[in-house]
Ligand binder design. Structure first.
Ligand code: G
Ligand code: G
Ligand code: MN
Ligand code: NA
Length: 253
């Protein structure tokens, strides 16, 4: 409850921040994208888990306010690298109920204009869970944004309830393989089989694939051999206040 009051104050003054984690082309190792991750350091409690921030915001009816703040801050911070073309896209997570907000699409377009970037330089990450909440509204908002060029990624794929038919009928460009499948990829034949099937499925549906939670060179090599397009994880870079210099990642094989 202390957290709630303090968060409310921070939200009023747009005081939350985002960090960025690089997303790397597994073939060339170039940094292509960056995922924005919500961050807030409480003066006494320290770093607060984004999940807790989001849950407090939801309880206080401030979720759409927070989401708008995240989008605006992310595009503003990533703007220079996106405008220069050094970064191809920025990824931003949406919470389960965000797509119910009928004003979100217009707000996102305004933020792109304000940051001087094209809507196709923005990728919105949705979990499978988000899609279950309210299909008809979700579909409409996604289509509107996608008509402007905004891309969508299925986040945490493989952990939720996946209606593949539904996924395929929505305008997704990217599938993100959940880090639980990547964790034991090098040791487990079973995980390799599952990850290979996910990559092949995604490609046959014309989706590109990002593997999350890549922590070792072995994992990244297996993923590359299986045809995975992009990797994200501590091997390539931790979430950081600044976007690390694009081009070659600091990771050396
Ligand atoms: O680094 P990490 O601890 O950032 O994130 C923990 C969880 O919080 C992840 O599931 C992540 O998707 C979620 N998360 C992080 N930042 C955001 C955000 O800006 N918006 C939403 N909706 N979720 C976020
Ligand atoms: O749910 P989502 O995939 O959006 O959130 C990503 C979460 O995974 C964040 O909490 C982020 O800090 C964390 N993360 C990113 N890279 C790695 C990694 O290599 N290993 C682990 N264990 N977590 C990671
Ligand atoms: Mn994500
Ligand atoms: Na994820």
């Amino acid at each position: 409850r202390e957290l709630g009051g303090d968060l409310e104050a921070v939200l009023q003054e747009n005081g939350t921040d985002v960090f960025f984690q690089p997303i790397v082309d597994l073939e060339t190792r170039a940094v292509c994208g960056a995922e924005a991750l919500l961050r807030w350091c409480h003066p006494r409690l320290g770093w607060i888990n984004p999940i807790d921030i989001l849950s407090v915001a939801k309880d206080r009816n401030l979720l759409s306010h927070l989401t708008c703040q995240i989008i605006r801050t992310s595009l503003k911070k990533a703007g220079p690298l996106l405008r220069s073309g050094e970064l191809a896209w920025v990824s931003i997570n949406l919470a389960d109920h965000d797509l119910r907000d009928k004003q979100l699409a217009g707000f996102i377009l305004a933020c792109c204009n304000e940051a001087g970037i094209r809507p196709d330089q923005l990728k919105l990450e949705l979990t499978e869970h988000t899609l279950v909440v309210d299909m008809s509204v979700t579909r409409r908002v996604m289509k509107r944004l996608n008509d402007w060029g905004v891309q969508f990624a299925v986040d945490d794929f493989g952990t939720g309830y996946s209606n593949l038919l539904t996924l395929n009928r929505l305008p997704f460009h990217t599938l993100k393989i959940d880090q639980t499948f990547v964790a034991d990829l090098f040791e487990s034949d079973e995980s390799q089989t599952i990850v290979k099937a996910m990559i092949d499925l995604a490609h046959s549906l014309k989706l590109d694939v990002i593997a999350e939670g890549v922590e070792t060179i072995q994992q990244s090599e297996v993923l590359r051999a299986l045809g995975c397009d992009f990797g994200q994880g501590y091997l390539f870079g931790r979430p950081d206040s600044l976007i690390q210099p694009p081009g070659q990642s600091s990771f050396e094989a």
